[in-house]
Design a protein around this ligand. Structure first.
Ligand code: AMP
Length: 292
């Protein structure tokens, strides 16, 4: 927080244009307020709210963006099916003291259509999520860079749930010398370990049970990590098991510094990343493990 006393403004305001948002933020900045941005695609849950709470601790003004970014969805993906619950999202954000919700249309964000200048994620952007979702990370980084330029926040808050996203955003900030700090909040989970996700609402009861295979595989990797990466991968595969309608996309153990797969004799902290399709719903999760 800045040392200056900043007058709070009443209520949560929903803004749909870049020009209006910039105008409001210029006024707040002139009054000495610091700004934190929480980028989201809406359908908000407790995981997003943890990011908002962290943003409130960091800055005077919290901007939550709600934008289902078409650029990061492939042609066969769930752009049209992605849940949109703007009214409920705004109500919840109001109770958390969020000053501004930025909910632009696709035409506001991409007035010239989607084939404009893009940020390229580089080699790591083609691995894991990027291998299954070509172009996803270029689209994600492009919209995040646009949001950073529109809001010009001192802080932007992201969830560890999307570990590869966090890695690539941090790298973009370094590579392009973007003038803000990236904050990362631990993954918020259900009582039984399932990572909260906007897509969980698509799971039927049986699928909801099957979806525990992701966090259970991560748990098995963590427990056997002492014995090295090969054993951890084997235990994870066994814990994931065979389920009707569930398909493991990848389970990898990577170096947190490079996001590349660890060597067979690696020791120390590593990141286990998992993605799987449960019915028609694709879920991801990850966990820090300690290789012995
Ligand atoms: P999304 O709306 O899915 O694009 O997510 C917006 C932000 O919320 C991203 O930084 C996510 O990593 C974060 N997020 C999503 N789910 C969780 C969770 N269960 N715990 C913590 N952060 C999360």
């Amino acid at each position: 927080m800045s040392g200056i006393v900043v007058e709070p403004t009443a209520g949560t305001r929903v803004v749909t244009t870049i020009a209006e948002l910039r105008g409001l933020l210029a006024g707040r900045r002139a009054a000495g307020a610091s700004i934190a941005l929480v980028p989201t695609m809406g359908a908000l849950h407790d995981g997003h709210f943890a990011l908002v709470r962290r943003a409130r601790e960091l800055a005077d003004v919290v901007v939550v963006s709600i934008f289902v970014n078409p650029l990061q969805f492939g042609p066969a993906e769930d752009l049209d099916r992605y849940p949109r619950t703007l009214d409920a999202d705004v109500d919840a954000l109001a109770t958390l003291g969020v000053e501004l919700v930025f909910a632009p249309s696709a035409a506001e964000m991409y007035p010239d259509g989607p084939s404009s200048t893009r940020v390229v994620a580089g080699a790591v952007g083609g691995l894991y999520e990027g291998a299954s979702r070509p172009g996803h990370f270029d689209g994600m980084l492009t919209v995040v860079a646009k949001l950073f330029n529109i809001v010009a926040p001192e802080f932007a808050v992201f969830g560890q749930k999307d570990a590869q996203q966090v890695f690539l955003v941090r790298r973009m900030v370094r590579d392009l010398d973007l003038p803000l700090a990236i904050e990362v909040v631990p993954t918020v989970r259900e009582h039984d370990g399932l990572a909260l996700s906007s897509r969980n609402r698509f799971l039927g009861d049986a699928e909801r049970t099957t979806a525990l295979a992701l966090s259970e595989a991560l748990g098995a990797a963590a427990e056997s990590a002492d014995e090295g990466p090969a054993e951890a991968l084997a235990e994870a595969a066994a814990a994931f098991g065979d389920h009707d309608g569930a398909e493991l996309d990848y389970f990898v153990i990577v170096d947190p510094e490079t996001l590349l797969p660890v060597a067979g004799d690696a020791t120390g902290p590593a990141l286990a990343l998992v993605a799987a399709r449960i019915g028609a719903t694709r879920l991801i999760d990850n966990r820090v493990i300690e290789l012995g």
